[in-house]
Each structure stands twice: as structure tokens, then as C-alpha cells.
Design a protein around this ligand. Structure first.
Ligand SMILES: [Mg+2]
Length: 247
């Protein structure tokens, strides 16, 4: 567990700006990945540092997650000082910016449930504006065939597909963590933004970062982020570093 010299330099510079916005994904970033999604909890040190940062003058904090907002609120246990955005950046406290096609949502849910029905470990998660098919806990053969079937069925849907780690998610509204970052950046008049993320959906956020911002990819894989750490514990270390630098 360690932070590169490049990253600590960038964090030091970001900590000095007038108004700093610190944002992070939740699963695999603030909280380690677990087999049962309902068991995900933030690492203690990461949560502590993020809450302490949210209480500093000139600092705003937010979690931007693929989870439904209500689920994110419950699992993260964050106080109101930490802003929460659910459904891949589409679900704010004030509601959804775009209307939701309920009929399409029901169609997708029904077909994915049929695909999951005879495959142990394949599960369907219903969210306010999307349906996710999880295959993490299935035998490889069941997982593969479920994903192939879902891909085929989705050709008939006007839905936005997001492929994550062992999950396919179909949203009936536009989902873009980058858009959420832009909205939060304006709202908090931030002079610099820091974003931590581990998955493909986080690339939309990294793409939206500007000069002076700090994007940190957690774990392996191609990324647009300028910095990388190995694991969620490092996110905690980076938040603690920011806290000390800002104080
Ligand atoms: Mg994640």
C-alpha cells in the first residue's frame, strides 16, 4: 500500500486551491468488492477521512455510484455533509433530470429475470432507472450464456448498456458520471476536482476532468486517469493525505 510521488505531488497542489471538490465512486473504491453486493461497506479509515474532509472550509465531497441513491445512502452510512449521486450519476437528491420510461424498464426486468431463472448465481437487480444482471456468483458456463442471451435480447431495447465487472446494466435514461461531475463542479464553484474510481463507468468521469484536477484509477485496467493506486486501502491513504495537506 503506497501512493506514488507523482500522486502525492498532485494531491498537494489540489489541496491548496480555494474551493476543492473531492468525489469518489463507492464499490471497489471506497468499499472493497464483496460477493454479496448488500454487504459492501466503506473502509473505516476512508469513511473517516472523507467525512473529516467534508467538514473543512472550502471543501465539498461527493460519492457518485452506480447504486440506486437510496441503497448508496444506506450502505455508505455517510452524513448529509457528503453529497450522494446514484444511478451512475443520474440520480440526485432532487430526483432524475430525465424522464423514466417505465414500460421499457418493466420489459427489460422481465426478460432478464427469465434469463436468470434457471441459472444459479445469476441475479437481477432492479433500480429506479435501470436493471442490472449480475453473474459474479454463477458458474462460468451459466455466466457466459446469460451474458450472451442478455446482449441478444437488448438489441430490441432502446436502453443504455454499461458493462462492469461481471455485470451488465441497462438504463432507460442517459447515465454519465462525467455529467454528474460537471453539475457538482458548477454547484460548488470548485477550482479543482479529485475523482477516485475503479470500473469502466468511471472512465466517463475521468474523461471530463480538466487541468489541475486529479483522476485516480483504483486497480488494473486501461484508464484515462492520470494516476493509479492498487486497492481501496490506498484511496483511504490518499484521502488521509489530502486531509493533512488541507489542514
Ligand atoms: Mg466501482
Amino acid at each position: 500500500m503506497s501512493l506514488s510521488a507523482d500522486l502525492t505531488r498532485a494531491l498537494t497542489a489540489a489541496a491548496r486551491v480555494d474551493r476543492l471538490l473531492i468525489t469518489s465512486d463507492f464499490d471497489g473504491t471506497l468499499a472493497p468488492i464483496v460477493n454479496n453486493p448488500a454487504d459492501a461497506r466503506p473502509l473505516r479509515d476512508s469513511a473517516k477521512a472523507l467525512v473529516a474532509l467534508s467538514e473543512l472550509p472550502g471543501v465539498s465531497t461527493a460519492l457518485i455510484s452506480g447504486r440506486a441513491l437510496e441503497v448508496l445512502r444506506n450502505l455508505s452510512g455517510m452524513p448529509a455533509a457528503v453529497h450522494l449521486v446514484g444511478s451512475h450519476g443520474a440520480e440526485f437528491d432532487s430526483g432524475f433530470a430525465h424522464p423514466i420510461d417505465r414500460a421499457l424498464l418493466d420489459t427489460i426486468a422481465g426478460e432478464l429475470q427469465a434469463i436468470a431463472a434457471d441459472r444459479p448465481g445469476v441475479t437481477v437487480e432492479l433500480k429506479p432507472a435501470s436493471v442490472a444482471l449480475h453473474v459474479r456468483n454463477a458458474e462460468p458456463a451459466d455466466a457466459d450464456s446469460a451474458l450472451v442471451q442478455a446482449h441478444a435480447a437488448s438489441k430490441a431495447w432502446d436502453a443504455e448498456l454499461t458493462e462492469g465487472k461481471a455485470v451488465l446494466e441497462f438504463a432507460v435514461i442517459a447515465t454519465d458520471k462525467g455529467e454528474a461531475i460537471d453539475i457538482l463542479r458548477d454547484e460548488h464553484e470548485a477550482s479543482a476536482v479529485i475523482y477516485f474510481g475503479d470500473d469502466v463507468t468511471d472512465e466517463k468521469a475521468f474523461r471530463r476532468l480538466r487541468d489541475g484536477d486529479v483522476g485516480v484509477k483504483v486497480g488494473p485496467g486501461e484508464t484515462l486517469a492520470a494516476y493509479r493506486v492498487d486497492e481501496p486501502e490506498d484511496v483511504g491513504a490518499a484521502l488521509k493525505y489530502l486531509l493533512d495537506a488541507r489542514r
